[in-house]
Design a protein around this ligand. Structure first.
Ligand SMILES: [Zn+2]
Length: 278
């Protein structure tokens, strides 16, 4: 059996039989790894306690025939323990982990950039210097860029004409010039598109200064863009939206609802993406 060592963030833990667990880890060098942790549920071992979601751990794995086996784990940092007391930050973190799993389609395909984005997002959520929803949206935009789905935010998504442009089409991939804009594209506030650019490039002073309504509209665009590209909606995203106290103060987000309808209407895909499924 081949032995390898790598550090990673535990994305998910599932029960296996009476005493074992299957852990899903996004590692630094081996991409997403699923591995069996034996005996961790029967004993009250520190080993098992380290292998919880949100934990950054340094592990030793044996490459198995079907699943690998993890037999050592040293804790690097347990972000879960620091997030669990703060519901909005915790649910934003849950969406970070779920997105990381969904964006790594193949086991053990290296994804260092995504790993670093996950670590950066968890650290930012723990440090609590920014609105957790801004941290999540910055992560989602950058993770989509890594996946090749970066939305166009300045030049037209179709013809490349220099921006800024007012029309935004989820199916079209971002902002569009007057000549290219499809019917049913939406017109977010200019500040909202600037916020998304700031989040994508890490310009935090501009992002932190944004108005709540602009943040809500930005979150709606990011969520619609992500759900358009994923075949199934994220389970954790609706909880993040509900956890936002600013959001519950308004009856509904009309732009998000409109975006979901528009993206569905524009869909040419035979599979029928479940855009904005709730
Ligand atoms: Zn154009």
């Amino acid at each position: 059996m081949t032995l390898y060592r790598d550090d990673g963030v535990v994305l998910r833990v599932q029960k296996l039989g009476e005493a074992d667990r299957i852990i899903t880890v996004l590692t630094r060098r081996h991409g997403r790894v699923r591995a069996v942790a034996k005996g961790v549920r029967r004993t009250k071992s520190k080993f098992g306690a380290r292998l919880e979601p949100f934990s950054h751990v340094d592990c030793q794995f044996y490459a198995g025939r079907s699943l690998d086996i993890v037999n050592q784990a040293e804790g690097v940092r347990n972000y879960g323990a620091e997030l669990v007391a703060d519901y909005p930050r915790y649910t934003a973190g849950t969406a970070v982990l779920e997105t990381a799993e969904r964006l790594t389609a193949e086991e053990q395909e290296p994804s260092l950039r995504l790993f670093l984005l996950v670590i950066g997002a968890l650290r930012a959520l723990v440090e609590a210097e920014h609105d957790p929803r801004l941290v999540l949206d910055a992560y989602l935009l950058r993770a989509m860029a890594v996946a090749g789905w970066e939305p166009a935010l300045d030049a037209c998504a179709k013809c490349g004409a220099a921006g800024p442009h007012r029309a935004f089409s989820i199916a079209g991939g971002g902002v569009m010039c007057p000549a290219c804009r499809p019917s049913g594209s939406v017109t977010p506030a200019a500040e909202t598109v600037l916020l998304l650019s700031a989040l994508l490039t890490g310009h935090w002073p501009a992002a932190d200064a944004s108005e709540p309504a602009v943040r809500r509209e930005g979150s709606g665009l990011v969520a619609a863009h992500l759900q358009w590209h994923l075949e199934r909606g994220l389970r954790s995203l609706p909880y993040v939206e509900r956890a936002d106290p600013a959001n519950s103060a308004v009856p509904a987000d009309p732009l998000s609802a409109r975006l979901r309808r528009t993206a569905s209407a524009e869909s040419q895909s035979p599979e029928g993406y479940e855009v904005g499924r709730r």
